[in-house]
Each structure stands twice: as structure tokens, then as C-alpha cells.
Design a protein around this ligand. Structure first.
Ligand code: 5GP
Length: 139
């Protein structure tokens, strides 16, 4: 399967559609998931074009994983979470819906389950508040 340059995250990277950014550097971008399964649900993507984990040039992880750790730390703190899940899906059969490599960061509280994926976008004001809270905890 090839990379579709018109996928939604490619559009976010090109600034063609808005996103609530948390962190950005030369190689990676972190932003809020617009259909969060839990408060603070955010995504980290590489700027390079890869469909998933298997077609990625392995060097991308050298740049991305410190960003995943940095954003996860901030998200856990900002949401006063007790832990977090790191999720990453590859291909439709495995639940991938956006075909640009990404990691989900899902802050988890003791006894609070994830919401099912409703397919409904939440309001942007709420996402902006979440993004600001996470940004303020970045170190
Ligand atoms: P996947 O199922 O491919 O691992 O996850 C894709 C994620 O992208 C989903 O959690 C979905 O809510 C999120 N998503 C889909 N469209 C948009 C969008 O336009 N903006 C943002 N920020 N997230 C999106």
C-alpha cells in the first residue's frame, strides 16, 4: 500500500486544515485528537511521509520517540492521570483510519475506561483548553 499525500494528517502538516498543536520540531508534530477517547488524547506524527510503522525509515523513531515521551509526560501531568496508553495501529485490519504513521497518547486514570470511538468531533474550544494545559507542562 502506498502513501496517500491527501490524508488528513498530511493536510494538517501542510497547514491546510487546523489542529490544536502541542509541540512541533523539525521532525515531529504533536496535536490533539479531534475525537478524543479520553481527556488529553493526543497524537504524535513524523513530518516525513510514512503510512505506518513498517514502511517507516527506522531513523524516524530516533527523533519521534523522545517527543512521544516528552508529550506523554506533559499530558499525564496536565490531566492528573495515573498512567497512559501508547497505541499505534497499522492498516485497516488493525484499526488504522488515517494512513500517516502516528502514535496515540491516552492519559489514563485509575478505574476510568476509554470512551469508545464515537466518530464525532468535540468542540474546538475544549480541545484548545486541553492543548494549552498540556503545553504548559512541557519541559
Ligand atoms: P487511527 O485509528 O488511524 O489510529 O487514528 C486516527 C485518529 O485520528 C483517530 O483517533 C481520530 O479521532 C483522529 N482524527 C481523525 N480526523 C482528524 C482530524 O481531522 N484532526 C485530528 N486532530 N484528529 C483526527
Amino acid at each position: 500500500m502506498s502513501y496517500d499525500p491527501d490524508n488528513i494528517f498530511a493536510k494538517i502538516l501542510r497547514g491546510e486544515i487546523p489542529s490544536h498543536k502541542i509541540y512541533e520540531d523539525e521532525h515531529s508534530l504533536a496535536f490533539m485528537d479531534v475525537m478524543p477517547q479520553v481527556d488529553g488524547h493526543c497524537l504524535v506524527i513524523p513530518k516525513e511521509r510514512f503510512r505506518g510503522l513498517l514502511d517507516a525509515d527506522a531513523t524516524v523513531f530516533v527523533h519521534m520517540m523522545p517527543v512521544v515521551q516528552k508529550v506523554a509526560k506533559a499530558a499525564v501531568k496536565a490531566m492528573a492521570a495515573d498512567g497512559f496508553q501508547l497505541r499505534q495501529y497499522n492498516e485497516h485490519a488493525a484499526g488504522q483510519t488515517v494512513f500517516h504513521l502516528h502514535f496515540h497518547i491516552l492519559p489514563m486514570k485509575e478505574g476510568v475506561p476509554l470512551q469508545p470511538h464515537t466518530g464525532k468531533m468535540v468542540d474546538h474550544a475544549g480541545l484548545a483548553v486541553m492543548a494549552q494545559r498540556i503545553r504548559s507542562e512541557l519541559t
